[in-house]
Design a protein around this ligand. Structure first.
Ligand code: G1P
Length: 291
């Protein structure tokens, strides 16, 4: 498979207020689903899509994300000394050796579009992916961004992942207006950020996976504050689809909204049930509960 997606951006500068007090001193992206922090699932998905450079858009208080992807000499030498080879391997293999990380500070919380724009000088002139780690997607054998990279390699249009959302929830998502789908792909006619249900063009909601051409950066530079007074990625995509084609992609897999407590708990239960070492015991335990 030819794959042009070498760079993936992770906007991780959010405050995580929905998980306070857990996120008072710990970035929300470091909250674990079973045994891995959310950000690691996101990084693994990027790597599976061919990424060699992971670009994190951070702010103060997000140091742990940087530490997670760095070496930890003390821990590594302790594990090596005590012969804990399996754990050592786990720590050493957080990322493959040929993948590097770049951390860029977002100086002000001006919105998702602004966060992505902060990656401009690192991304340069290449198409790139964006993963919002709050949206954990179990895509099975082919993770969501890898599915998108394969389609991009064939047809070259920017792609936005979508799924049907409840009508009353349109004000929580970017909502897409699209032509009639062909299989999983539909050419977008419009996109609007967090419309009220009465104003929504559809119930096709954007989830946190994007694969965009670098033209988006110029458009972001021209984007003025929109929904919530923030510079919205959605608004720049609305312009991109007028200039170039942008496709809505109904991904294969299941998404967990780990930006909410319920979605986060659902992810933990389902990933625990699927866990190779824990699954069976956890299933037995669940069966003992009466509710
Ligand atoms: C962001 C985007 C929105 C998208 C959502 C997916 O919103 O602005 O268009 O539907 O992510 O999770 P946020 O959830 O950051 O408010």
């Amino acid at each position: 498979m030819t794959n042009n997606i070498r760079k993936v951006v992770f906007p991780v500068a959010g405050l995580g207020t929905r998980f306070l007090p857990a996120t008072k001193a710990v970035p929300k992206e470091m909250l674990p689903v079973v045994d891995r922090p959310l950000i690691q699932y996101a990084a693994e998905e990027a790597v599976a899509a061919g990424a060699k450079e992971l670009i994190f858009i951070t702010r103060s208080g997000k140091q742990e994300i940087e530490d997670h992807f760095d070496a930890n000499y003390e821990l590594q030498s302790e594990l090596a000394k005590s012969g804990k080879d399996e754990l050592l391997k786990m720590v050493n293999e957080v990322l493959p050796e040929d993948v590097s990380c770049v951390f860029v500070r977002q100086p002000q919380a001006l919105g998702l579009g602004h966060a992505v724009l902060c990656a401009k000088h690192v991304v340069g002139d290449d198409p790139f992916g964006i993963i919002l780690p709050d949206d954990l997607i179990d895509g099975g054998e082919t993770p969501c961004l890898a599915q998108m990279a394969a389609i991009f390699a064939e047809q070259g249009n920017s792609l936005v992942a979508v799924e049907a959302v409840a009508h009353e929830d349109t004000d929580k998502y970017g909502i897409v207006d699209a032509e009639r789908p062909r299989g999983r792909l539909a050419r977008m006619k419009g996109i609007v950020e967090k419309p009220a249900p009465a104003d929504a063009p559809s119930t096709m909601g954007v989830v946190g996976r994007y694969l965009l051409t670098p033209r988006i950066f110029q458009l972001l530079e021209e984007t003025t504050p929109g929904s919530g007074g923030e510079i919205q990625l959605t608004d720049a995509i609305a312009r991109l689809l007028e200039e170039e084609g942008v496709m809505a992609y109904s991904f294969a897999g299941k998404r967990y909204d780990c930006g909410t407590k319920l979605g986060f708990l659902q992810a933990n239960v389902e990933y625990a049930l699927k866990h190779p070492k824990l699954g069976e015991e956890f299933r037995d335990y669940l069966q003992t509960l009466t509710y």
